[in-house]
Design a protein around this ligand. Structure first.
Ligand code: CAA
Length: 383
């Protein structure tokens, strides 16, 4: 049975910081951010915009009434949860008007969680081919003002509808996952920002890619030439490229150029957004599909990485007519119509933290946003 991604869309908050402005404010050569890190813009959110609002604003782009009647599972992958107990997926399920007899839950393993959700969705559809699963990866990546991780921040969500006979990407039954207990990036309960060993996280990412790629190649007798493109988890756009270059060392110059050209298409959106954590691989996939000039039948390899660490390499085949399912114009307009913030405005937003212990009403221009806090409960503006 063919199972995979039938629809896909992303949402990012409507404000950003220009990386040249950030570099100058931090006394850094702008080329370090634009070339060394590979980021041009960084998405920033208001306190009235959380992972539920990102998830709802992304999901509303893809669901029809028929989908809402057939979805019987909603999974949110996140490492920016807003409650230690209740899943954001339960709120999303209500906001989206999905039929009641459904499962809804949240999954966590750093940036890998979206892939765990996707793989669970695929297994579920294989048992229940008449149903559909909504998978959303939603996060706010924040490291702290003037911190080492600051230029690799970002925010937003990717929503995917998983079904039988998908119209975009049919997932192959060929994944290799890897788990290693490593502290490269983690966020203890009660901490607003993650603890991160930046250089260890870079090294672990590259080594994890090499391990799953080697195992995948030997288990499934595949090589680079079997793929038209590879998409990576993109904490910053240079990261995936470093892992890819290491894997391409033994390939011919033509093969290297072929794969690197597609890699550039996969990072076009992330360069303008930053890290989405759980959604980053899938923002890269959308960027690849919408800018990579791929053809139906071609194979795409996907590398998912979550610090801590879990990594997975898996693959998919593009479906005939996949281009008709893409929301390219909507996505490009969303990125183009954002407001640039000065560094002072960005720092003010950054420090303006939502206090859920204070009852209050809020105004926000987004279709879905936090409308009020009452007794620690977030009420969302709905459409
Ligand atoms: N012009 C061009 N390039 C320049 C430059 C200049 N003027 N100045 C510096 N550079 C280059 C450096 O040579 C370096 O390139 P290479 O890595 O290719 O050698 C690059 O810019 C970055 O420089 P540094 O290593 O000195 O940067 P840093 O010490 O400030 O840290 C970072 C960079 C480790 C990514 C840090 O921003 C960080 O900790 N980020 C958060 C952690 C992270 O994203 N880790 C990625 C893997 S973990 C993961 O994937 C999970 C996740 O989502 C978090």
């Amino acid at each position: 049975m063919n199972v995979g991604i039938d629809k896909i869309s992303f949402f990012v908050p409507p404000y950003y910081v220009d990386m040249t402005d950030l570099a100058l404010a931090r006394g850094v050569d702008p080329n370090k951010f634009h070339i060394g890190i590979g980021q041009d813009k960084m998405a920033v959110n208001k306190k009235t915009q959380d992972i539920v609002t990102f998830a709802a604003n992304a999901t509303k782009n893809i669901l029809t009434d028929e989908d809402k009647a057939l979805i019987n599972m909603v999974i949110v992958g996140t490492e920016s949860g807003i409650d230690e107990s209740k899943a954001s997926a339960v709120v999303l399920h209500r906001l989206m008007g999905i039929q009641s007899f459904a499962r809804a839950f949240e999954v966590k393993e750093a940036c890998y969680a979206g892939t765990a959700a996707l793989q669970y969705a695929v297994a579920h559809i294989k048992n229940h081919p008449e149903s559909k699963v909504l998978v959303v990866a939603s996060d706010i990546a924040k490291y702290g003002l003037a911190s080492g991780g600051e230029p690799t921040q970002g925010a937003g969500a990717v929503a995917m509808l998983v079904s039988a006979d998908p119209r975009i990407l049919q997932l192959n039954d060929d994944s290799v996952a890897l788990t290693q207990d490593i502290y490269d990036f983690w966020r203890p309960v009660g901490h607003d920002y993650p603890m991160v060993d930046g250089q260890l996280s870079n090294e672990t990412y590259i080594q994890a890619f090499q391990k799953v790629w080697e195992e995948y190649r030997s288990r499934y007798k595949k090589s680079i030439s079997d793929f038209q493109a590879l998409a990576f988890h993109i904490p910053y756009t240079k990261m995936g490229k470093k892992a890819l270059l290491a894997a391409l060392e033994e390939e011919s110059p033509e093969e290297q150029e072929r794969i690197l050209t597609k890699y550039e298409a996969s990072i076009m959106y992330s360069r303008q957004v930053g890290n989405l954590y759980t959604g980053s691989l899938y923002l890269g996939l959308i960027s690849l599909l919408e800018n990579g000039q791929l053809n139906a039948g071609e194979q795409i390899g996907l590398f998912s990485y979550g610090s801590g660490t879990v990594a997975e390499f898996f693959s998919g085949r593009l479906v005939d007519g996949y281009q008709n399912q893409l929301l390219t114009n909507l996505h490009r307009a969303q990125l183009d119509n954002r407001t640039v913030l000065s560094i002072a405005e960005y720092e003010e937003l950054f420090n303006d933290i939502l206090d859920t212990d204070v009852n209050s009403d809020y105004e926000d221009e987004l279709p879905y946003s936090i409308a009020s806090i009452s007794n620690t409960v977030r009420a969302y503006k709905e459409n």
